[in-house]
Design a protein around this ligand. Sequence first.
Ligand code: AMP
Length: 137
Amino acid sequence: MMGNNDSTQENAKAHFIDHTKNPDSPTIFDKILKGDIPCKKVYEDEDVLAFNDIQPQAPVHVLVIPKKKWKSFSNLHLAKDEVVGVYMKKVSYVAHQLGLDGPGYRVVFNHGEHGAQSVDYIHAHILAGRSMQWPPG
Ligand code: AMP
């Protein structure tokens, strides 16, 4: 099958979270939030930080993280409605501020191995600047 050879699978594995590591150790996004690692910030307020993805998959590829940490989309249902509501509103606001409402964009949350999540800190990907494909692959 196309795109399913050994090296593709190795690359995919390298992208995933190593769950043998301490799940509570700070992630790259904890370090960015703390200011220990630089980022290209596009928006920040008391609730969220938004910055350019280091390996952009589209002309616009911004990550939006809440300042109060959630590890993944999968446990967001445990959060208070207000926490989830504020976060979702801010993702929408960042896209709006980036001028993407007209041309359109895609928001993605990856979870777990099948979702190809690689950072154990919830993040919304905002992808824009080109037409997206469906199914996403
Ligand atoms: P995911 O695969 O959904 O967990 O997405 C993690 C994203 O974080 C990937 O798109 C990476 O390119 C991105 N990323 C990893 N390290 C950094 C970094 N230091 N600055 C910005 N983006 C990063």
